[in-house]
Design a protein around this ligand. Structure first.
Ligand SMILES: [Fe+2]
Ligand SMILES: [Fe+2]
Length: 248
């Protein structure tokens, strides 16, 4: 398992682990500020290499926020380990992630749910939250760092294969193929509505959870691909065909 850490924008680090069995990288993002934040933790088993990478920048015990963008193993599977080491840290998620999942799983303490438009002050930076329901899950949200105009979209704009920290090649077609094979979106509509919204935000950077980060000039390639092609669930789940229910 190879994990690397690269500073992509000043103070924003991509911690990336290539997982050949899935054919994608799993990226976590560390924002080094007065109150440091980790944007997704990776799965439970990625805690060791992710922690080691964080140590190159700051003491993981100083993490103030562990941010999950929807409730799923690769988003927050490592939350218990990171929060144990950082006793003052808080778990941050969408209002739904916290209400439905964190509290439901017995994590009512040290959690905070955010609604669309609310912000979180890290010191010199501010994170702004966007609720993006059904862009994969109904509790999904995205985060924008206003200082660097960076978007953290989780599983939107992902690209397969072992991608470098900065991607300049147009990988929008492989992205669509991956979506069709993995079946992570139920319908195109909520994704296209969010793409329209993001396009108006004048973002400088996009930092997907799987693949590489890209800059503003590449955004339109991915936006167009999502608008003009079908990519929602059509019977494939993680590359496996699901039997259709026989008519009664
Ligand atoms: Fe996900
Ligand atoms: Fe993911």
């Amino acid at each position: 398992m190879a994990t690397r850490i690269d500073e992509i924008v000043e103070g924003i680090y991509r911690i990336s682990t290539w997982q050949p069995q899935y054919g994608i990288t799993f990226n976590q993002f560390l924002i080094a500020d007065e109150r440091p934040a980790l944007i997704h933790t990776g799965m439970h088993d990625l805690h060791g290499p992710t922690r080691k990478a964080i140590c190159e920048v700051l003491d993981p015990a100083k993490l103030a926020y562990v941010v999950l963008l929807h409730w799923e193993g690769d988003e927050n599977g490592g939350m218990a380990q990171f929060m144990k080491e950082a006793p003052n840290s808080k778990l941050i998620g969408s209002m739904l992630s916290i209400q439905l999942n964190a509290i439901g799983f017995g994590l009512a303490e040290r959690t905070r749910g955010f609604r669309d438009g609310e912000t979180l002050d890290l010191g010199t930076r501010k994170l702004r939250f966007l609720e993006t329901p059904h862009v994969h899950h109904w509790d999904s949200m995205m985060v924008v760092d206003e200082k660097s105009r960076s978007l953290f979209p989780s599983d939107l704009f992902i690209q397969p294969a072992d991608q470098p920290p900065l991607v300049t090649e147009n990988l929008s077609m492989p992205m669509l193929e991956l979506y069709r094979a993995a079946g992570i979106f139920a319908h195109e509509l909520p994704i296209r509505q969010v793409v329209d919204r993001l396009e108006k935000m004048n973002l400088a950077w996009v930092h997907p959870m799987h693949g590489g980060s890209f800059q503003q000039n590449a955004f339109s390639n991915y936006a167009r691909a999502l608008r003009e092609n079908e990519f929602a669930y059509r019977g494939m789940l993680l590359g496996r065909e699901i039997a259709k229910v026989a008519p009664m």
